[in-house]
Design a protein around this ligand. Structure first.
Ligand SMILES: Nc1ncnc2c1ncn2[C@@H]1O[C@H](COP(=O)(O)OP(=O)(O)OP(=O)(O)O)[C@@H](O)[C@H]1O
Length: 279
C-alpha cells in the first residue's frame, strides 16, 4: 500500500494510458479554471480502477476526456493505443442516470446498444442472459416505470455489459441510489465483473467503501486542480463478498489510509463534507 505512481512503458497499446494530462476550462467571468494538473497513470487490460477525490477536483472531467466527450489542452491519452474518440465502439459508458427508454421493456433496453451496433447473433438470448446475471431474469418484459430505481440501474448495468466491449467507463453509476441499494448494486457489479474480468474498468465515485470493495487500485486526486496524490493497490482476495468485506480488518485499514489522504484535501475544499466522501 502507499503512494505508487504505476507507470510502465513496456506495454504500450493495451489498457488506458494517461500521461501528463492537464486541462483548463474557461470558468465564470472568462477566468481560467485549471481542473487537472499533470495527471499520469495506466490502467492495465482487465484492471478495475476507481478514481476518488474531493468534489470538483476534476474526476468527471478526467473520465469524459478518456471517453472522448471532452477535449483537453495538454498531455497524452490513449485507450488500447488509440486516441479518445466520442462513440468509441470498444467502450461502454454508464452514469448515475439510467437513461432507459420508457417505452421499451427491460429486455428491449438491454438490446438497444446491440441493435445500434448491429451486433449479430440471437440478441434476445444474449439479453436474457445478461438480465439473469443482474438478477432480473423475471423482469424481462417489465417497462422501466414498473421497476424500482435500483432495478432500472441493474438494467443499465446489463445493457453496458451486454455490449461485450473491452473498456467500461462508469461515473458514479450508483450515485443516485439509497445506501442499501447502492451496496447491493455494488455487489452485483462485483459479481458480474469478476465473472467477466477481462473488462478494463475506470470507475469514478465519491464513496470510499465502494471504491475499495470493487477495485484492484484506487487513485486519489487532490482538490482542484486534480493531481494524483496516491495510487493504492487493493490487495483484498477475490471473489469478494460485499457483506463480509465490511467486517474485515484489512478493509478498514485501507479505508483509514484513504480517508487520511483525503481528509486534508476535503477540509480545504468547502464544497465537500466528510459525509459526502463517505456516503
Ligand atoms: N464544461 C465546463 N466548463 C467550465 N467549467 C467546467 C466544465 N465542466 C466542469 N467544469 C468545472 O470543472 C471543475 C471540475 O468538475 P468535475 O465535474 O470534473 O469535478 P468532479 O470531481 O467530478 O466533481 P463532483 O465530485 O462534484 O462530481 C468544477 O469546478 C466544474 O465547475
Amino acid at each position: 500500500m502507499g503512494l505508487q505512481l504505476m507507470f510502465d512503458d513496456s506495454r504500450p497499446g493495451s489498457g488506458i494510458e494517461v500521461r501528463g494530462l492537464s486541462h483548463v476550462f474557461e470558468g465564470a467571468g472568462g477566468h481560467p479554471l485549471k481542473v487537472l494538473d499533470d495527471v499520469s497513470f495506466r490502467i492495465d487490460k482487465g484492471e478495475f480502477v476507481s478514481i476518488v477525490g474531493p468534489s470538483g477536483c476534476g474526476k468527471s472531467t478526467l473520465l469524459e476526456i478518456v471517453a472522448g466527450l471532452q477535449d483537453f489542452q495538454s498531455g497524452i491519452v490513449t485507450i488500447g493505443g488509440a486516441k479518445p474518440r466520442r462513440g468509441n465502439r470498444d467502450m461502454g459508458l454508464m452514469f448515475a442516470r439510467d437513461c432507459l427508454l420508457p417505452w421499451r421493456s427491460a429486455l428491449e433496453n438491454v438490446a438497444l446498444g446491440l441493435e445500434v451496433r448491429s451486433v449479430p447473433g440471437d440478441r434476445r438470448a444474449q439479453c436474457e442472459q445478461w438480465l439473469n446475471e443482474v438478477q432480473l431474469g423475471e423482469f424481462v418484459n417489465a417497462l422501466p416505470a414498473q421497476l424500482s430505481q435500483g432495478m432500472r440501474q441493474r438494467v443499465a448495468l446489463a445493457r453496458t455489459f451486454a455490449l461485450e466491449v473491452p473498456y467500461l467507463i462508469m461515473d458514479e453509476p450508483f450515485g443516485a441510489l439509497d445506501a442499501q441499494t447502492k451496496v447491493a448494486l455494488g455487489g452485483v457489479l462485483m459479481q458480474v465483473w469478476e465473472k467477466h474480468a477481462d473488462r478494463t474498468v475506470m470507475f469514478v465515485t465519491h464513496d470510499l467503501s465502494e471504491a475499495i470493495a470493487l477495485s484492484d487500485r484506487v487513485i486519489v486526486l487532490s482538490r482542484r486542480p486534480g493531481r494524483i496524490i496516491a495510487d493504492i493497490r487493493i490487495e483484498l482476495d477475490r471473489p469478494r463478498q460485499a457483506d463480509s468485506l465490511q467486517q474485515s480488518a484489512e478493509f478498514h485499514a485501507i479505508y483509514s489510509e484513504l480517508w487520511g489522504l483525503l481528509r486534508k484535501e476535503v477540509s480545504a475544499a468547502p464544497a465537500m463534507t466528510r459525509t459526502e466522501v463517505l456516503t
